[in-house]
Design a protein around this ligand. Structure first.
Ligand SMILES: [Zn+2]
Length: 428
């Protein structure tokens, strides 16, 4: 028997006190004076795991830890052999971050499980909330450590990465939190795509687009892929300030052309409704040589370009090359783009996206589609071949700062959309 939309809404909205109290408990144990710090494979993340595990025990969920110290909290289904539905997100945070980035997705999964319990529904298959380790790459400069360990695809060398504050290796930190380093080195996979019917991650929005739209919830269309050039060198010629313009090979002006050229490209894409972003995170002269009275002969920059389909990314990279050629000719400089890194795009599964959209409509919860500006563990699931999508919750002031401002009522709407979708998946 399928519950009516009003019953689903009631089963989620009635959990408000439980939800608020759990977020408060997480915050209270990880405040750092300015914000919240749940350090990756450290005391803060460990604290978060203990709190969440305690709640899962109280709910009567089956609790399991994998070789990467990720935690799985499962509501047993009628057929334990059937591919399961998974939800979840990460427990860790950046230093002096906010309380909701990550934790909202874990608590959201538990809220949906509690709703099934209170509706008296035994799901057709197992329903698991995953509390994922180490999503925030700021600590070890490695992306998606927890989810990639779960799928056995952590890149070689990652275990030797050192944490920015402690200087100790990832292997060391992971072992301390109960991970099995030998199994990780051997590339063991705990999760297999064929065992998972779908994965959904609730996350706070990290931009103010839902605030602008006046909507509580968005349904993610995909996680962007990127290409990155971390160490771009622009070589011109150092010269005396008196040198006339026509003789100059000014690297700073060439770099400015580069930045503004990319910005014009972004504006064109924006106007055409093609979502993308670029960021020049580092942009500087050579501080050993630069001076008030010297025409700059060198510039260094980094570049991250992100977009939502592989062909679009390719097009942007060709436009980048073309821009570089134009500036080289116009300014008499030389670009060396240096080493290149990239990540695959992770478009949402059309079926899961449609299911979440239909759920929001059934529950009369206003929503819109939204391309995620940021990277998320969902990308690991998508790339592994699991049909996946995300739900974003309206949030003022962005994230990765102490001022995240997600309203619990908005979070509840997102959890209700996920619950409505889940009910459709696990009932006849
Ligand atoms: Zn996050």
């Amino acid at each position: 028997m399928k519950p009516a939309p009003e019953q689903i809404l009631a089963a989620v909205r009635s959990q408000k006190a439980w939800i608020a109290e759990l977020f408060d408990e997480l915050r209270a144990g990880s405040v750092d004076g300015e914000g919240v710090t749940r350090d990756t494979f450290g005391a803060g993340e460990q604290f978060g795991y203990r709190v969440i595990e305690g709640r899962a025990e109280a709910m009567g969920l089956a609790i399991e830890h994998d070789h990467g110290a990720n935690m799985y909290m499962t509501l047993a289904g009628r057929d334990p052999a059937a591919p399961r539905i998974m939800m979840g997100s990460h427990i860790d945070s950046v230093p002096r971050g906010g309380n909701f980035d990550g934790a909202a997705g874990v608590i959201g999964g538990m809220v949906a499980q509690r709703a099934l319990q209170s509706l008296g529904l035994t799901p057709a298959c197992d329903v698991t909330t995953m509390a994922i380790r180490a999503e925030e790459s700021v600590w070890f400069q490695v992306s998606y450590i927890g989810s990639r360990t779960a799928f056995g695809v952590l890149p070689d060398g990652s275990l030797d990465a050192t944490r920015v504050d402690t200087g100790r290796t990832l292997a060391d930190h992971m072992a301390e939190c109960g991970a099995d380093i030998d199994q990780i080195r051997a590339g063991k996979a705990h999760l297999k795509a064929s065992d998972i019917r779908a994965f959904v991650e609730i996350h706070i929005e990290q931009a103010p687009q839902l605030i602008e739209a006046g909507l509580p919830v968005a349904i993610g269309t995909g996680v962007p892929g990127n290409f990155r050039y971390p160490y771009i060198q622009i070589k011109g010629e150092y010269a005396h300030v008196g040198l006339p313009r026509r003789f100059r090979k000014d690297a700073a002006l060439a770099a400015s052309d580069f930045a503004l050229g990319l910005d014009a490209l972004w504006q064109e894409n924006d106007t055409a409704g093609r979502p993308m972003a670029f960021t020049i995170g580092r942009f500087h002269t050579n501080t050993d040589v630069h001076a008030l009275t010297i025409v700059p002969g060198e510039m260094t920059a980094s570049l991250d370009v992100r977009a939502y389909d592989a062909a679009h990314l390719d097009e942007l990279e060709q436009a980048l090359f073309e821009l570089v050629r134009r500036i080289e000719t116009a300014r008499g400089v030389e670009f060396d783009l240096g080493q290149r890194a990239s990540a695959d795009v992770a478009p949402s599964d059309p079926g899961v996206f449609a299911g979440l959209t239909a759920s929001a409509e059934r529950l009369s919860i206003p929503s819109q589609p939204l391309a995620s500006p940021a990277s998320h563990d969902t990308a690991t699931f998508t790339v592994a071949g699991v049909p996946s999508a995300m739900l974003f919750v309206r949030n003022e002031h962005g994230s990765h700062n102490p001022y995240e401002a997600m309203e619990i009522d908005d979070f509840i709407e997102a959890a209700a959309v996920m619950t409505g979708w889940l009910v459709e998946q696990v009932t006849e």
